[in-house]
Ligand binder design. Sequence first.
Ligand code: FAD
Length: 365
Amino acid sequence: MLDVIVLGGGALGLLSAHMLALRGKQVLLLDRQGVGRESSWAGGGIVSPLYPWRYSAAVTALAHWSQDFYPGFGRRLLDETGIDPEVHVTGLYWLDLDDEAEALAWAEREGRPLFSVDVAEAYQRVPVLGDGFARAIHMPGVANVRNPRLVKALRAALAAMPNVELREHCPVTGFIQEDGQICGVTTAEGEVRAERVVLAAGAWSGELLGTLGLELPVEPVKGQMILYKCAEDFLPSMVLAKGRYAIPRRDGHILIGSTLEYAGFDKTPTDNALDSLKASAEELLPALKDAEVVGHWAGLRPGSPEGIPFIGELPAHPGLWLNCGHFRNGLVLAPASCQLLADLMLGREPIIDPAPYAPAGRLAQ
Ligand SMILES: Cc1cc2nc3c(=O)[nH]c(=O)nc-3n(C[C@H](O)[C@H](O)[C@H](O)COP(=O)(O)OP(=O)(O)OC[C@H]3O[C@@H](n4cnc5c(N)ncnc54)[C@H](O)[C@@H]3O)c2cc1C
């Protein structure tokens, strides 16, 4: 008998499976397509919430644990798989913020390195920055992770583990329930049973839980991004103004994001978003006027109230565990979320207080 079925192969499902398998569990991961093709591929990979001081203590606790974990995790995945997720520490400048005082007060309270700097420093460090910015704050330690490679590395790590089976192109249609206990899932290829099931299906998690008559407040929130290719040293730091950001990869690719749209499960990139993202890119980094847009895509974030994920067992449905609803921050929050899930499932001391993420009381029945 399998120990755990993980439903969904985005960052949250892949890393949940990895952490449980490292502890010796027999794991089956199911995805209805190839793993790592949805939001976890489409995201920007900033290893921080965009405006960390605007989030609750619950999101902050997961973010801080993960930020400390990422650099070593990236190196271990590279050693294990030969695929480099490129955890790239560039720092981040926020320009002309309205709530700078709140940001600085938060940093002091949390003991995080975030400083008010003369805007001349930002122009010196990022000479390609557009004219006219008056104020800057800087967080030197922020990294970005090359998320398409992260999911590829996780897939390779799982494929090499003898106690893991990856079953792709296998849609899950519902849950098997016996004597009030969840003991497996139904799929296009038949039933599969396990002691426990982890639901990590991103924006589709609500739909799947609906098959049990439960209302999980997780909804798709579309985000579009565009991509440029520049010289490797074009942009030495991430920059963010008016809700739009530029992220440099090590090889000179620059991502510009992102839109926030409530459009159901539609993932079609639009001309409007392209124009708006290009305008933001050229305001932040005017040299991009002469560069070609080499990519444009959309992904569906798993939106949840206040962006607080659901992590833990459903009390009315023992055997069914959630790890979903990470909204705009699933890449940064993934390590802490998956470690917390594994701790709770294995009965170990949890890395942080699990109470804010517990599904109990947060779902309508
Ligand atoms: C434009 C954009 C920018 C972003 N930028 C950042 C950022 O800078 N930093 C950050 O931390 N986060 C960012 N995010 C958010 C982040 O990408 C998500 O929070 C995270 O990827 C969610 O991961 P997930 O594993 O829950 O979902 P997903 O990656 O969407 O994976 C869900 C998986 O479940 C599978 N699935 C669904 N239904 C079924 C079914 N019935 N049967 C089997 N399998 C199923 C899907 O095929 C998919 O593989 C961004 C997102 C977007 C769209």
